[in-house]
Design a protein around this ligand. Structure first.
Ligand SMILES: *Cc1c(COP(=O)(O)O)cnc(C)c1O
Length: 372
């Protein structure tokens, strides 16, 4: 069976006459646990829930070869912290991308760094991290980077890191496991903020970690339990409901992003377009090799902050909001947060699933107004 078919059918229960086709959320604190708890699968909602299990199995099927299993967490940030907490000890060297997601940089700067983890950074572009693996315990990779859209070679970094005895974790939020099979490329961990493209409806905060070894999976399970970084059953169920449309959302939003990127390239109001699906992008060759879909996210640079703000205020079909990967097209001037080293006029746009012609007409109109 091909992947899109598998993902679309991932929410179905076994064909038992009279049973619901789709699993509902199991709302539970305690589960019946008579006598000795050994062998009882679910005892308490903080350590396990059948709705989590169904979601973890559905996600693991998408992560594919090289994935021993998945654990879901309360957010992408909780999933990130779980890998750091499970793997890193004082004195260990962590290699981070220079342009790592701001939340990842901050949890390291504010917690893991002060607790004794030594941090080394290298650029995503040119796969510079592959040259920075000596003596490292963990190499953290993010490709494409957010919002700079830099690309690196995951298989190459995994090969160099493993040769040096280091583990590799890839933050695969941007591409999702459908867009980029990082476990197949050799990653030891894949971390995803499922709140973005993976689930795509803007109604949940949730994350997951996929692990290559069952031993690490056990460590992650323990971390989730000890720190309480859990998902509510309602969120896990919403996730199960959203996952089957990933192939459709991926196909449409990637196609829309490509159309918009090509359209922006030809517009004189736009100084730069950053999208790994464009042949002129510095990471295009690697992206074309390792990504199955280029995804919905692109960045483009307008003259200055004022022009970017006018664009966002004018575009009617581009909803101003943070985050990305939803069915609705959204965008924001990334510099407004002061968290990333980006030009003041940089707009990060997440193409949704609308009709591309409507989006392009609207964006064209807004650009003309903003340039005045
Ligand atoms: C959003 C995001 C995260 C954090 O995930 P949350 O679910 O918001 O906690 C991590 N990495 C990347 C690349 C992200 O975009």
């Amino acid at each position: 069976m091909r992947e899109a078919t598998r993902v679309v059918r991932s929410g179905l229960t076994a064909a038992v006459a009279g049973e619901a086709m789709q699993l509902g959320p199991v709302f539970a604190g305690p589960f019946h646990t008579p006598g000795h708890p050994a062998g009882v699968r679910y005892t308490y909602g903080g350590s396990g829930n059948p709705t989590w299990t169904a979601l973890e199995e559905a996600i693991a099927a998408i992560e594919g070869a090289g994935c021993a299993g998945v654990r879901v967490f309360g957010s992408g940030t909780a999933a990130t912290a779980a890998v750091f907490g499970a793997v890193l000890r004082p004195g260990d060297v962590l290699v981070l991308p220079e342009e790592a997601y701001f939340g990842t940089r901050r949890v390291v700067e504010e917690y893991f760094g002060p607790m004794g983890v030594r941090v080394r950074t290298a650029a995503t572009r040119g796969s510079a991290q592959a040259e920075a693996v000596e003596g490292a315990k963990l190499v953290w990779v993010e490709t494409p980077s957010n919002p700079g859209m830099e690309v690196c070679d995951v298989a190459l970094i995994c090969e160099r890191a493993h040769a040096a005895g280091a583990l590799v974790a890839v933050d695969n939020t941007m591409a999702t496991p459908m867009g980029q099979k990082v476990m197949e490329m050799g990653a030891d961990f894949a971390v995803v903020s499922d709140a973005k493209l993976m689930l795509g409806h803007g109604d949940v905060v949730l994350g997951h970690v996929a692990a290559r070894d069952v031993e690490w999976l056990d460590v992650l399970t323990a971390w989730r339990n000890r720190t309480g970084a859990v998902v509510g059953p309602m969120e896990a169920w919403l996730a199960l409901r959203s996952l089957p449309t990933l192939p459709l959302r991926m196909e449409r939003s990637s196609a829309n992003a490509m159309r918009i990127a090509e359209f922006l390239l030809d517009r004189t109001e736009v100084e730069r377009v950053l999208y790994p699906g464009l042949p002129g992008h510095p990471g295009y060759e690697i992206a074309a090799r390792q990504m199955r879909w280029f995804g919905p996210l692109l960045s483009f640079v307008l003259r200055d902050r004022g022009m970017a703000e006018r664009f966002l205020a004018t575009a009617a079909l581009v909803t101003e909001a943070t985050s990305f990967g939803g069915v609705t097209t959204t965008a924001e001037r990334r510099g407004r947060w002061g968290l990333d080293a980006v030009p003041e006029g940089l707009i990060r746009l997440s193409a949704g699933c609308e009709d591309a012609d409507d989006l392009i007409e609207d964006i064209g109109r807004a650009l003309a107004v903003a340039a005045r």
